[in-house]
Structures are given as structure tokens and as C-alpha cells.
Design a protein around this ligand. Structure first.
Ligand SMILES: *Cc1c(COP(=O)(O)O)cnc(C)c1O
Length: 363
């Protein structure tokens, strides 16, 4: 067919997606490089075999048990006091975000995000006919009151803050979140996809939920939780928000298998901490190494680093792929993003980068 009669605003657009290349070292989509433990895998197999004979039935549409388990996880992780009524979950935080915009967005509404940031926000807006606006962060990728005031002047209905931010790794200071909560009465969405990697002194925005019914905190099992393949994302919010989302969710959106395997992984959440600590340490060491090689590195509270700058980042990216190392071209021109891998993968990245940029290791 030469021309499909598709929606006008989709003509000529390309779908979101990082290249999925089969190379030895894949450091491009911020997954946890460690797979689930053999003990967890054994429990997964057991759980799936037990529910196999029930797959003729639709799943629990409300995913109540999983939501209760997610609430318990957040209560322990962020010292808060949530119940299942505060939680909603779907196939990745991508789906929950889209549901939020189906609910709060629309042709007469606008959303502000702070660039550079996660490019999917613009796509959720497009999909829900919501007006997407973006305000530039400071040159060092931080957000301060001045930046927030520019956003507020646009009188948006929804503001999305990403902390730690992707692709820069930047943490939003508590004082900035307080300022926003004080000045903004629209829907404030804080995307905490990388929250588990944040520094100990930066509490989750979850602690600010009470007294602020307009605050929605987005989380995922795709990153620290080593579960990107399972597709489980969730939000913590006021029960009224959770109830209202039921208007836009598809019935039975979250499969019985997904609900069960997510619950098994949550039982193993104690396994995460040592991995998270190792990844943070590897991140900090890699940041120092990159600086010592003469690169600029954005301070990161996540499991990736944005570094640069390159006259031709595409060339560097391609040559790294030739060396078997896949990273990500994203963020402002000249910068590249590398996810933190296992110590072996990080070494492979450093070796390949030195090779590609012809730098000597300070010697
Ligand atoms: C990776 C990422 C997500 C996670 O999306 P899932 O659909 O849960 O896999 C959400 N927000 C940001 C900013 C991310 O980088």
C-alpha cells in the first residue's frame, strides 16, 4: 500500500526505540546488568506452573494482591505508609504514564517537562492529544526556582519532573519539590524510575504525598529491580486518582502471569540492595575515570552516566559498536549515555572508549 490513511499527526513520525543490537556489551537501556538469582528463577517457575491451569480465566482486573505487595515494598523502601488503595500498576511505567495522560490530559490540556529529559513524555502527549511544552534546565542540568517559575508561567495542567532524570542522572532537590508543591495546584507527576539508585540523603517524593493529593509518584520494576522483561510499572497516589484511572484502563490489562511473577520478585527484594550498592560504586568509579580522561560527566544519582562532549558523537557511538560495546546516543548534542554494567562490562566499555578516542590512560 502506498499511503495508509493514518492520523495526520502520525505521518512521517518514527517509533520510539533504542537500537537492539546483538553485541557482547549492552549498556544502552539502563537495565540492571544482573539477572534474577537462581532461587528467584526457581520460584518463578513454580508460580507459573501453579497458575497454568487457570489461564482460561481472565486475570484479577484490579491486581489487588500485587498492589498490596507494591505498597509494602514502598513502605519499607521509602519509610511511608501506603496501602493497595494508593497503588496502581500496569505493563511498565510507560503504560501507567499513558493512562495518567488519558485521564488528566487531552486536547484542552498542557504538560510541561524539563529538557533534556525522557523523550517518551512527548509521545504520551501525542498519543493523548495533550499539548507538550518543555522548559530548559540550567546548563548543569539542574532545576531551580527560576526554571520552575518559567514552567509555572506557561500555566500547565500537568508538570512532570524526573528524578533522577534520564538521560542526565540529575537529582531534584527537596526544596525544589517543596516549591512546586506550594506554587502548583495541577497534577504533579514525579517519575522515579531510578529512585532506588538515589543518594541516601535524598528522600523519595513519596514522603511528601500526604497533604498533597495532586502528587503522583511513578515507579518501575524495570531498572533496579532487574525485571525490565516482565513489564511492571506502578504509581503511588491519592486513592481518588487510582479510582479515576479505572475509567481509562483497558479491562484485564495486566496478565495473570505478569501479576504472579511480579509478586514473586517482590518477595526477593532483599536481594536488590547489594546489587544497587555495587552499581552505585561502579558508577562513581566510572565517573571519576571519565573525568580523569578529560571528559565532562554530569553528576548522576542513577545507574547511568551522561558524558561528552564529542564533535561527532555518532562516529564515537558507531566505533564503540564495532568494539562490541553498545551505548546510547541521547541528550544534548555531543553527549553520550552509558548504563552501568557489571565490573567486567564497565571495563570493556573503558577499554573500547580508550581505543576509539585514542586516549592514553593518563600514562
Ligand atoms: C526506563 C524509564 C522508565 C521505565 O519504563 P518502563 O515502562 O517501566 O520500563 C520510566 N521513566 C524513565 C525516565 C525511564 O528512564
Amino acid at each position: 500500500m502506498t499511503k495508509l490513511p493514518i492520523r495526520k499527526d502520525l505521518v512521517g513520525r518514527s517509533p520510539y526505540g533504542a537500537p537492539q543490537l546483538d553485541v557482547p556489551t549492552r549498556l544502552n537501556t539502563n537495565e540492571n546488568p544482573f539477572g534474577p538469582s537462581p532461587e528467584l528463577v526457581a520460584e518463578l517457575a513454580k508460580a507459573v506452573s501453579e497458575l497454568g491451569s487457570k489461564l482460561n480465566r481472565y486475570p484479577d482486573r484490579d491486581a489487588i494482591e500485587l498492589r498490596a505487595d507494591l505498597a509494602a515494598y514502598l513502605n519499607a523502601e521509602s519509610q511511608v505508609n501506603l496501602t493497595a488503595s494508593n497503588i496502581w500498576t500496569a505493563n511498565g511505567s510507560n503504560e501507567v504514564m499513558q493512562q495518567l495522560l488519558q485521564l488528566f490530559g487531552g486536547p484542552d490540556k498542557s504538560l510541561v517537562a524539563f529538557s533534556p529529559t525522557y523523550s517518551m513524555y512527548e509521545d504520551y502527549c501525542r498519543n493523548t492529544f495533550t499539548n507538550y511544552l518543555s522548559v530548559s534546565r540550567n546548563e548543569d542540568f539542574t532545576i531551580d526556582k527560576k526554571v520552575i517559575d518559567i514552567a509555572l508561567d506557561l500555566t500547565p495542567d500537568i508538570i512532570v519532573l524526573t528524578s533522577p532524570n534520564n538521560p542526565t542522572g540529575t537529582i531534584i532537590e527537596n526544596s525544589e519539590i517543596d516549591y512546586l508543591l506550594e506554587k502548583f495546584s495541577g497534577v504533579l507527576i514525579i517519575d522515579e524510575a531510578y529512585a532506588e539508585f538515589r543518594p541516601a540523603e535524598s528522600p523519595s517524593a513519596l514522603v511528601k504525598r500526604s497533604g498533597h493529593p495532586n502528587l503522583v509518584v511513578v515507579r518501575t520494576m524495570s531498572k533496579a529491580f532487574s525485571y525490565a522483561g516482565a513489564r511492571v510499572g506502578y504509581i503511588a497516589a491519592n486513592p481518588e486518582v487510582i479510582d479515576a484511572i479505572q475509567l481509562v484502563r483497558l479491562p484485564y490489562h495486566l496478565s495473570t502471569v505478569t501479576q504472579a511473577v511480579a509478586r514473586v520478585a517482590l518477595r526477593f527484594s532483599h536481594e536488590l540492595q547489594s546489587q544497587v550498592n555495587l552499581l552505585r560504586q561502579e558508577r562513581d568509579e566510572l565517573a571519576i575515570w571519565l573525568v580523569n580522561q578529560g571528559f565532562d560527566v554530569a553528576p548522576s544519582g542513577a545507574n547511568f552516566l551522561l558524558f561528552g562532549t564529542f564533535g561527532d558523537r555518532n562516529l564515537v557511538w558507531e566505533q564503540l559498536v564495532e568494539q562490541g560495546v553498545l551505548i546510547r546516543q541521547t541528550g544534548p548534542d555531543g553527549w553520550l549515555r552509558v548504563s552501568i554494567g557489571t565490573p567486567e562490562e564497565n571495563l570493556a566499555f573503558k577499554t573500547a572508549l580508550l581505543h576509539v578516542t585514542n586516549r592514553t590512560n593518563g600514562k
